[in-house]
Design a binder for this molecule. Sequence first.
Ligand SMILES: [Mg+2]
Length: 253
Amino acid sequence: MLFLVSNDDGILAKGIETLERAARQLGDVFVVAPDREQSATSHSLTLHHPVRPIELATGRWQVDGTPTDCVMLAVQALMPTKPDFVLSGINHGPNMGEDVLYSGTVAAAMEGLSMGIPSIAVSYAGRLMRVDDSPLDQLVDPLAALLRHLTSLPAFPKFTLLNVNIPPCAAAEIKGVKLTKLGKRVFNDSIAKMKDPWGRPIYWIGGGSVTWEQDEGTDIAAIQDGYISVTPLHLDITHQARLDDAADWWRAP
Ligand SMILES: [Mg+2]
């Protein structure tokens, strides 16, 4: 089995090293990842200047681009053969609910999916300090076991990516794995108004607090209960239910 591993936290992140180590227990690993943090870049593509891949070691590349650039470049230019799976992560922080719309981690897996490759995004739903990332070291073996299970599902669903979130507890305390739907969250005061060194107003997006609606069956509920959450996602955002009930609301102009 050949895995392409990417992420959005950059090739130096502890999370991608952990995912690589887990994937190597299952097969061959090719890494193509951004040369710096690209979190919240979503599915952006670099169109207005070239991107430069640098081979750090055999089968390990950094790219001065987005996660989507990396996966596209890997599959279409750098890898000797098409991978069997694209793995993205482990993201430093959760990707649940609406996070998946902003996430570069999920977007890298989406890019794999758009090229017809089964893909899995993995996020650690806790806070990681860059100088002490030891919680991830405990995850290598449990994650390898989970990946072995997911990648050997006899009917791994086509045109679907699996979005995995791992609860921020000790690996031995993880209660199991739940199949979930995306939850919903509410941002409070997420834009902070500040002043630059010259006294001019600036705004910093991303602060404040987040509250979650803890509906049963959601990714957030599974994480809060100490389970690994696996949410199937797809690229097609057509609102099928609105098409199905179009007779109730739609009138041609
Ligand atoms: Mg990230």
